[in-house]
Write a protein that binds this ligand. Sequence first.
Ligand code: NAP
Ligand code: FE
Length: 367
Amino acid sequence: MNAFTYYMPAKVFFGRNCIINNKEAFCDLGKKALIFTGRHSAKINGSLKDVTDALDAVGIGHVLFDEVEENPSLETIEKAAGIGLAEGADFVIGIGGGSPMDAAKGASYLLANPGMSAEMLMQEGTYKHTPIAEVATTAGTGSETTQYAVFTLHKLGTKNGATQKAFADIAFLDAKYTESLSDKVTINTAVDALTHLIEGYTSKKANYMNDRLAESGLAIFAECMPAIKAHDFTPEIREKLLLMSTIAGIVIAQAGTSLPHACGYMPTYEKGIAHGRANAIFTRAYLELFPDQTKPNKIIEILGFDSLESFNNFLKSILDPKEEFTEADVERYTDTLIATPGKLALHPDPLTREQVYEMYRKSLLVY
Ligand code: NAP
Ligand code: FE
């Protein structure tokens, strides 16, 4: 059995009204919170009110930054941190999907190190960060239980994971906030979580404990598949999807994401393809790359399909149709990915340019 270390320090509160019922948990984090949200959803789904009610009840100050865009940029992190520093905030709370949750992680460094630029989040170096609380309102990224944050780098024309990595101290998971999600965002984000389970399970860093969690997450996804297909998102299904995505976050916190995520970032930047759907486009060809099909077969079995092809057909049936891609896109994406070997590092076997090219070609032009 492979040796492994298991580290997931976020304290997770799961269940209805978990914020108000555990409001004292904020008291260990600081005296004034810089709260991150997107422009609209947190004000509508009750999450922002629950957080500010809880903070008010325990006498903690707060200031709101509600301008986090989807796939947040480094510029946004800097703007928010400037406000937080001016207001004397000493910890952060991210409320939303992965975008506000990641923005909060990024800004936690800039608040703890006045003068630090957001660009430095992408560089080596040891920096401290302020305490972090996260409230997930999509069931997808699992950012509340990962140490990752993903930012848009306009200068490079893509997205990248930050080098600086920070787990939340506390994470709140109340599925009632996800009830206001559109069917489309519900499905795209559920598929993001599914790809986390698949990529973590097949990563070079997979380990026994993580694999059992990944299998349990896949089984929960399988239970939700009929509802996903029928767009029948009951509160019970939403709770299962949220649990599945948090489990998937724990899985990638240990084992990382792999090629589908690496491949998806450029199409997301260039064509605005939702993150989860971008990963799904590459999943079939990714699983076909494995000379040993034991794990791909296990995934198919747990999900209840008879082949990778029928799994891919299911994904296509629940997601928007694929955009048009060209041979030139395939060549360009292949060259860019090959030039960043770190993005291939979690694949168990070394990959040739030809294999990466084929994965892109099949994903974008054939399947
Ligand atoms: P998101 O970008 O945070 O939000 C997508 C959309 O959903 C926004 O329009 C948002 O509106 C809306 N929304 C969020 N919660 C809602 C709710 N409860 N009801 C109605 N609408 C809601 O989506 P995401 O897919 O969760 O996050 C994607 C980001 O996370 C990407 O940048 C991705 O790279 C990153 N990511 C991070 C990790 C990690 O481990 N850190 C892992 C995977 C992906 P508002 O803007 O109004 O809130
Ligand atoms: Fe993801």
